[in-house]
Write a protein that binds this ligand. Structure first.
Ligand code: AMP
Length: 355
């Protein structure tokens, strides 16, 4: 199936990722209908239609599904039940099964392990007894993370010694959790790639990521890693995409240890570490996603410059003015009215030639 220009793409989630997806879709002649529980969401401004309703509201979901030709998502914490409900009425990409694995850290790590990929040592932690057993096996330091709904470091507690276990568990307020051994990595990198239903796969260049306060601060492409590491990261992302039968753009975050890559997280959506592709690649991650879910051929993901992406977060957003004065820097602001600590307000991409 190839979706024709003039068709309507439904997007679950209305944040900046939905906004940039809608802009890319509009460039290809599609309309977008955004479904998001929060009024005034950043994507509404750039889409033809929007619905403000809860993900549990089946009447609203049914009405939304009746108005669109395909449904996708920009936010991995969309309840799987909402996506399954919509999928019974209209094609969806990625699938609810892929979302279900990628939104649960335990399912994700189990899946990666079955594919033969390296992960941090991990243990399922449904309760305090399991946590003690996990610490005994994995040791400290370790990180206790909620299985679901974590992002930007939320829902994570570091455990430096076994005596801290009960406090760590209390901090997560009874949420199902996973214990991960602490990985002493040299770098963090990610692969953002697009995959189509027929298995076509186009990765962007491996990107190096630096976090500040658990939030992505800066990405650089190409990552300063060996060709062997690059190849392993892309092969791992491909195996994950194939294993999930994934359709659309997705990201895999890795820790680099020596020449090896260790899977940290799978994002079933376009990803912050791929924002540089808007200005630094022939086809950006947002257009690739729209192409993949519309059944179009994927575009060329080749990088056209050396790129540095800077996130504009919270009070740091004020940098936009100085960055706007740099001639080869592109500014992207998400139209969010209120600056809050840790809130992603925009990003800038510094381009340097040659590549
Ligand atoms: P996550 O939400 O799982 O992506 O974790 C956020 C950040 O915390 C990662 O990008 C790493 O910098 C750090 N981190 C998470 N898990 C581990 C781990 N098992 N070992 C070392 N650092 C970690």
């Amino acid at each position: 199936m190839m979706l024709k220009p003039g068709a309507t793409i439904g997007i679950l989630g209305g944040g900046q990722l939905g906004r940039m997806l809608a802009i890319a879709a509009a460039r290809l002649g599609f309309h977008c209908h955004i479904y998001c529980p929060e009024a005034g969401s950043p994507a509404f401004e750039v889409a033809r239609a929007h619905t403000v309703a809860a993900y549990e509201d089946e009447a609203a979901l049914a009405e939304f599904a009746s108005q669109v030709d395909v449904v996708t998502l920009e936010f991995e914490n969309v309840p799987v039940a909402a996506l399954r409900f919509v999928a019974s009425r209209v094609p969806v990409a990625p699938s609810a099964d892929a979302l279900e694995i990628a939104q649960d850290r335990l399912a994700e790590k189990t899946f990666a392990t079955k594919l033969g990929l390296g992960t941090a040592p991990f243990a399922d932690v449904p309760d305090a007894v399991a946590l003690e057993a996990g610490i005994a096996r994995i040791g400290t330091p370790a990180i206790l993370k909620t299985r679901r709904f974590g992002y930007d470091g939320k829902g994570q507690v570091k455990i430096m010694a076994s005596g801290e276990a009960s406090q760590a568990l209390a901090d997560l307020r009874g949420a199902p959790a996973i214990l991960e051994g602490f990985v002493r990595f040299s770098r963090e990198v990610s692969v953002v790639a697009a995959r189509k239903a027929d298995g076509a796969f186009e990765p962007f260049d491996v990107t190096e990521n630096e976090h500040r306060n658990h939030i992505l601060d800066r990405s650089v492409a190409p990552a300063q890693v060996s060709q062997a590491t690059r190849d392993k990261a892309i092969a791992a992302a491909r195996a994950i995409g194939d294993g999930l039968g994934y359709v659309g753009t997705f990201a895999v975050e890795f820790f680099v240890v020596g020449d090896e890559v260790i899977v940290n997280e799978i994002a079933p959506r376009v990803h912050n570490s791929g924002h540089w592709t808007l200005d630094g690649a022939i086809t950006c991650q947002f257009e690739q996603h729209i192409r993949a879910i519309a059944g179009w051929p994927l575009g060329n993901p080749a990088r056209i410059a050396h790129v540095e992406m800077l996130n504009l977060v919270g009070e740091g957003t004020a940098r936009w003015e100085a960055l706007a004065a740099e001639p080869s820097t592109k500014i992207h602001l998400y139209g969010k009215a209120e600056i809050r600590a840790g809130r992603k307000m925009g990003h800038a991409t510094r381009l340097r030639f040659p590549t």
